[in-house]
Design a protein around this ligand. Structure first.
Ligand SMILES: [Ca+2]
Ligand SMILES: [Ca+2]
Length: 355
């Protein structure tokens, strides 16, 4: 099948919009990407609104419209998508760099500049390549884009049915994150606001934050249909400490996240670190009252730093639906180095539930 035909097959939405058959979706995507970059040069305010609105309304950034994972065995395990970065390239429906024209398709790339991401052969969790994120203080500006070196995958079709498993491996080089008060987000589940109701973007439902030398996470929720920015969003748990940064430096650490959105005391949030269950909360509220579900992001997002830069690497990214399991998404499947799940009763160090 020609590459363009394959891409077109992944974008049935374009057929419904009665666009000219001579204009293939990939050209439209690249045009949008180029326009976004030109907007950056002209107006930082315009860029922020352009990218945000595309991400909110673009049906092509729904996970169902991104490339599905090939193979019946993977589908049977509930696997939606995976990448080990072995192709040495990727592409994006929205944003990204001029050179990101092939390989696994992500929803959106938000990079300070072309050096914000790189495929590297060292360090690598599995296979031959991993992805490096580089965040530099001297590239900070007014635009939100200048604060990010992030890749975003697709949005779940509905928030109500969003039950997802995420696996990934993380490597922080020694000194890669300065010990400081300034927060940096390295993984998040970001909600999709009801833009037709005028709802703004809000803080992530779930984030992995690095601050004061620790990696922590805490879920949040809001029952209101339209959340007025962040003022009434409830943090319903104290932050869970997942690891100290010194524990993460100079080696790969495997993470598995199970997040089921729920606003009727039916949410689930679990996090395993190298097989140990560090977060395990159920029958509580998590997420926002939105039509479209959240999307996962990896990378570095921060407004400032005492240091000049932050560096991290990821590998072995896997995303599963409600039918997935720890074993379906945990890193190391490809080279049989997956860390076994350790039973909660033996190893869990979960903080006390806070009402
Ligand atoms: Ca790899
Ligand atoms: Ca909403």
């Amino acid at each position: 099948m020609p590459a363009s035909a394959g891409i077109f097959a992944r974008y049935p939405v374009f057929k419904d919009k009665n666009l000219s058959e001579t204009i293939t979706p990939i050209y439209i995507m690249r045009a949008l990407s180029i326009l976004s970059r030109q907007a950056c040069a002209l107006s930082t305010v315009l860029l922020t609104s352009t990218v945000t609105d595309l991400a909110a309304y673009n049906e092509d950034t729904l996970e169902a419209n991104l490339a599905p994972h090939a193979g019946q065995a993977a589908a049977a395990e509930g696997l939606i998508w995976s990448t080990g970065f072995e192709e040495g390239q990727f592409q994006f429906v929205v944003g990204g760099r001029e050179l990101d024209t092939d390989g696994p398709l992500w929803a959106q790339g938000q990079f300070q500049d072309d050096d914000a991401v790189a495929f590297v052969s060292e360090p690598v969790r599995s296979g031959n390549l991993a992805l490096k994120y580089l965040w530099c203080k001297d590239k900070l500006g007014e635009a939100n884009l200048t604060k990010k070196s992030m890749t975003h995958y697709g949005k779940a079709a509905t928030n109500a049915d969003s039950d997802r498993w995420y696996g990934f491996s993380l490597y922080i080089p020694k000194g890669g994150f300065p010990d400081e008060k300034q927060n940096a987000v390295i993984f998040q589940l970001h909600a999709t606001p009801d833009r037709t109701l005028g709802e703004p973007y809000r803080q992530p439902v779930v984030a992995f934050n690095i601050r004061d030398g620790k990696l922590t996470t805490a879920p949040s929720y809001d029952l209101e249909k339209v959340s007025p920015k962040n003022v009434n969003i409830e943090k319903n748990r104290l932050p869970f400490e997942l690891a100290s940064i010194t524990d993460l430096e100079g080696k790969w650490t495997d993470f598995v996240v199970h997040a089921k959105m729920g606003l009727e005391n039916d949410a689930v949030y679990q996090v395993w670190v190298d097989g140990k269950l560090m977060v395990d909360i159920k029958d509580f509220n998590m997420g926002y009252n939105d039509e479209v579900g959240p999307y996962p992001s990896w990378g570095v997002y921060s407004y400032n730093s005492v240091g000049d830069q932050r560096i991290l690497y990821i590998d072995e990214v896997r995303i599963g639906d409600a039918n997935a399991t720890y074993e379906a998404v945990a890193p190391g499947r490809s080279d049989h180095t997956q860390k076994p799940r350790i039973e909660q009763a033996a190893e869990c160090s979960c903080p006390e539930k806070q009402s």
